[in-house]
Design a protein around this ligand. Structure first.
Ligand code: PLP
Length: 387
């Protein structure tokens, strides 16, 4: 871990900014140039070119993101899946084995179960909350362990300390998808994780207008992943880099607001007679609440819930709510909701989804920065009209 000066709110604004400022510009300009004049570079990776992830904007963003999580280095990618797939394909080779949390974002779950085997890489799922069971699942060829800080869509918080201890003990690379928590609420390098990956499409950018990703960690690993990304080609384009840079600056105010609003909304839903279950780590009733309280600076803006009355009631509620936009993403300034069984987790086998507890009626809810009282009033009217 590296410690950067200033609180996280300050680092989000000032870390990684060009010094001196380019032409005095307060905001770093868009570098709409694919290639840069040759300046005596000695290796291919040093030539400045957008795909090689070393343009001024790629570097400024990498420095800012590393500073946010107090890590040595970072890499910005074309999407969250580019960050995840490139990281896994860097730390794992043919013949290797991965231990992965059983309840993951659908795209990651699909990549692990459908694509990794084509590279000769095997996997075993683990229950993130049952460290005793991991010893039985590890193999001599296990090389990495993969979890999510807050799992999608059930909002479970795995035993993160046990994950790091286990990975260190067995010399595995520990990788965590920190998208849902964001660096404001949890910074994996401070907890000795080797790699933190993000869908920057979500909280880091925060405005639902680009797709981007990030890998944050130690210099050696990030360099290896950059080299692989340079060949796989998942680099962020200059305009998206500009927007991400702008979005990250307001990360702290957005996420703190979302932490506060989500807690109020979760408390309202938990008490509502038409709601049967709310998954939000900030609620005392959440099984991982104690752990979340110890580890996190805030509980985040993501929750999921079920209505009494099943899929029909869920669909009717979704139709009647006016403020939340029905869309399958998260982490933006607008409140979004979706049924994961229909969207993010529709690629999973139905039996597998049910075994994990992802019911067809489950609604995933991403709290935006609207006034929480307006959201609650709207949810209340939508719930009242559900039979
Ligand atoms: N990780 C999590 C937790 C996600 O929710 C998502 C997308 O929803 C991803 C990764 C993939 O990110 P992207 O869509 O930017 O590729």
């Amino acid at each position: 871990m590296k410690k950067y000066p200033g609180d996280i709110e300050t680092r989000a604004i000032h870390a990684g900014e060009p010094n001196p400022r380019i032409g005095g510009a307060v905001v770093m300009p868009i570098f709409q140039s694919a290639m840069y004049e040759t300046a005596g570079e000695k290796s291919y990776d040093d030539i400045t070119y957008i795909r090689l992830n070393n343009t001024p904007h790629a570097q400024a963003l990498a420095e800012k993101l590393a500073a946010l999580e107090n890590a040595q280095a970072a890499l910005v990618t074309a999407s969250g899946m580019a960050a995840i797939s490139t990281s896994l394909l860097t730390v794992l080779s043919t013949g290797d084995h991965l231990l992965a949390q059983d309840c993951l974002y659908g795209g990651t779950h699909d990549f692990v179960t459908r694509d990794l085997e084509k590279f000769g890489i095997s996997y075993t799922f683990i229950d993130g909350n049952d460290p005793e069971s991991w010893e039985k699942k590890i193999r001599p060829n296990t090389k990495a362990m993969y979890v999510e800080t807050i799992s999608n869509p059930l909002m479970q918080v795995p035993d993160l300390k046990a994950v790091v201890d286990f990975a260190k003990h067995h010399r595995l690379v520990s990788i965590i998808d920190n998208t849902f928590a964001s660096p404001i609420n949890f910074r994996p390098p401070e907890h000795r994780f080797d790699l933190s990956v993000h869908s920057a499409t979500k909280y880091l950018n925060g405005h639902s207008d680009i797709v981007a990703g990030a890998v944050i960690g130690g210099t050696g690993l990030v360099e290896k992943i950059t080299h692989r990304l340079n060949h796989l080609g998942g680099s962020l384009d200059p305009h998206a880099a500009f927007l991400l840079h702008r979005g990250v600056k307001t990360l702290a105010v957005r996420v703190k607001c979302q932490n506060d609003s989500a807690l109020q909304i979760a408390r309202f839903l938990e008490k509502h007679p038409k709601i049967s279950k709310v998954n939000y780590p900030g609620l005392e009733s959440h099984p991982d609440h104690g752990r979340a309280r110890r580890l996190f600076d805030g509980f985040g803006g993501m929750m999921s819930f079920e209505l009494r009355g099943g899929v029909e009631a869920a669909e009717s509620f979704i139709r009647r709510a006016r403020l939340p936009i029905v869309a399958p993403s998260l982490g933006g300034v607008e409140t979004l909701m979706t049924r994961p069984s229909r969207t993010s987790h529709s690629g999973m086998l139905v039996d597998e989804r049910r075994r994990l507890g992802i019911s067809d009626e489950l609604i995933r809810f991403s709290v935006g920065i609207e006034a929480p009282s307006d959201i609650i009033t709207d949810l209340d009217q939508a719930l009242k009209s559900v039979e």
